[in-house]
Structures are given as C-alpha cells and as structure tokens.
Design a protein around this ligand. Structure first.
Ligand code: NAG
Length: 308
C-alpha cells in the first residue's frame, strides 16, 4: 500500500496538461526533478519517470490485488484533486529491473483502470522511442484500445552514452518510431510526438573534428542550473549562446535539427525552427498532437537570439 501510494504521487507530479476536447493535443511535462535546481532554474516538485525505475512497477503489476489497490488509489487521487485523467510513465515495462510478464500486466492495468474509471476519464501513457521495446514492453494494439493517447518520447536517440556525436532527436529516427507504432496498430490520431526542450552535450576528442559522428572523449558539460553533465535545457543553451558568442552553429538539412560546437564542447539540440518542422510533421501525418519534455527547461526569459 505504501509503495503504491508513492508511485501514484510520483505519477501525478508529472503534471500533464492536456485537453482531450481540443483537436490537437499539447502535452507539457513538467520535469519533477526541476526541484533540485538553483538560481534561474527556479523550480519545483519531486522525482521522475526515469529515476523511478521499473522494478516496483513490475512487482505491483504482477499481483491482481496490488493492481486493484493501485487502480482505486489512482481514481481516488484524481477525483480528490480534480484532475482530468492519468498518464502512465513506467520506464519501461520489461526493462531496467522489470520482467517479461510486464507486457501482459501493463495491459491488465490499463483495462482494469478503464473499467473502473468514470466516463470522460482521460488515460494516456508515455512510451520509450526505441522500437525494440515494441516486442518486449508494449502491446501496441491493446494500448491503442485502452488509451486516449500515447506520448512518444521521441528523443534521447543519441547521447553521451554513445562514443561519437549524434542528434538527440533527428527526423529519420523519430519518423521510424512513428511509422513502427502505426504499423503495429496505433491510430495516428492517438500518437503524440515528443519534442525535447533540452540538448545533449559531448566533449570532442579533437576540436578540429566536430561534425555529426565525430569521435568524443566523453560526456559534455552540464547546464548551469540543471548541473547534470551531458545535457542542457533550452534555457541554459540560450544563456550559453548569449554568454559565449563563439559557439559555431550548424543546421543538419537531412535530419532537420541544429547542432553547435565551441572549443571541445559539442551540443545537439532543438530550436524554434526544428520544433516548427516537427509540428508540421504532426499535421502532415495527422498525428494526435505534440508533447514537450519539459516545460521547466524552456526559454522563459526570451534569451533566444536566433529569432530576434
Ligand atoms: C521501491 O519500493 C521500495 C519500498 O516499497 C522503496 O524503498 C524504493 O525506494 C522504491 N524504489 C524506487 C526506485 O522508487
């Protein structure tokens, strides 16, 4: 009971703002780990989908009685606080300490939640972009049946875990994720495309070799508020560009995303232009909407010089 309660609290702290009534959905995750930041990173709440892991979810989903306690608690919490629905952000079924039963139990939870919930209750889930997850974690057809929409976390395709530079959210990769979900039974109108409002950083092995796929000596520097090596929020990126005018900025025409380098630091990110193109892709492919991870990293002070 104690553990299931803490999971519910975490899930709701994600703070989804979505309207099922409007034609296209705009989902703005508020990263709960923003609470750890100092200074202009200014922000609140506790814990996140990634940090929560998979083990406890897996354990609870396995047992019918724990699952039904969870379902009751979710519905009770949502009605008490006047939320419109529930977003499941289990990262990820069958992975990271999860078990192979998760594939089936995940759907059992969705089904039981749907059957016990009041009319108009919105149900969504955030899912990993890696297509191999479809065979082990996600029963796409049944997810499509029970969920109102599915938030594709179409980012983190490349990061400091790679030994060469790469784009965080390139077009060819996100297009592959979207088409794989559709091919496996997702309705395009239920798919919500994730857009990162953060970039990923590397340290180059040799600052003279600074293209996409350049060799790196490791993780890149941290942002000044998030203090986590290897990534920077868009706000931090804008401030960085503002403070150091010698960042060299490039646009990858094939992948439709920008990247930049300065000295031995290499940065993959999204800007207004790449986000516009992603929104256009959502419209052209009649997807359900767009999701951002996460609003607490946005350029709230209008520091972006590129669009002035
Ligand atoms: C899993 O649950 C246990 C207690 O039930 C808790 O101590 C632990 O912190 C949880 N793990 C995570 C990653 O939240």
């Amino acid at each position: 009971m104690k553990s299931s309660t803490s999971i519910i609290v975490f899930l709701l702290l994600i703070g989804i703002m979505a309207s099922a009534r409007s034609e296209k959905k705009i989902v703005c995750y508020y990263g709960s780990w923003a609470t750890y930041r100092n200074g202009n990173g200014k922000l609140l709440v506790a814990m996140g989908g990634w940090n929560e892991g998979s083990e406890n979810y897996s354990r609870i989903m396995k047992s019918y009685s724990l699952r039904s306690t969870l379902v009751k608690s979710i519905i009770n919490f949502i009605q008490t606080w006047g939320f419109d629905g529930f977003d499941l952000d289990w990262e990820y079924p069958s992975q990271r300490g999860g078990s192979s039963d998760d594939y089936r139990n995940y759907i059992s939870l969705l089904k039981e939640l749907r059957e016990s919930s009041p009319r108009g209750f919105i149900m969504s889930a955030a899912v990993g972009a890696a297509t191999y997850l479809i065979s082990s974690a996600y029963d796409v057809k049944n997810m499509n049946k029970y969920l109102d929409f599915i938030n594709l976390m179409t980012y983190d395709y490349h990061g400091s875990w790679d030994t060469v530079t790469g784009h965080n959210a390139p077009f060819s990769s996100l297009d592959n994720t979207v088409s794989t979900w559709i091919r496996n039974g997702a309705s395009p109108s239920k798919l919500v495309l994730g857009v990162p409002i953060y970039g990923r950083t590397w340290t180059l092995s040799n600052s003279n070799s600074h293209g996409v796929g350049a060799s790196t000596s490791g993780i890149g520097k941290a942002g000044r508020y998030t203090l986590e090596k290897g990534m920077m929020t868009y706000l931090e990126i804008c401030e960085e560009f503002h403070s150091f005018r010698d960042w060299a900025k490039y646009w990858d025409n094939r992948e439709k995303v920008p990247y930049a380098f300065r000295g031995n630091q290499w940065l993959s990110y999204d800007n207004v232009q790449s986000v516009q193109l992603k929104a256009q892709y959502v419209n052209e492919n009649s997807l359900g909407g767009i999701m951002v991870w996460s609003i607490d990293g946005d350029d709230v002070y209008g520091m972006d010089d590129e669009n002035k």
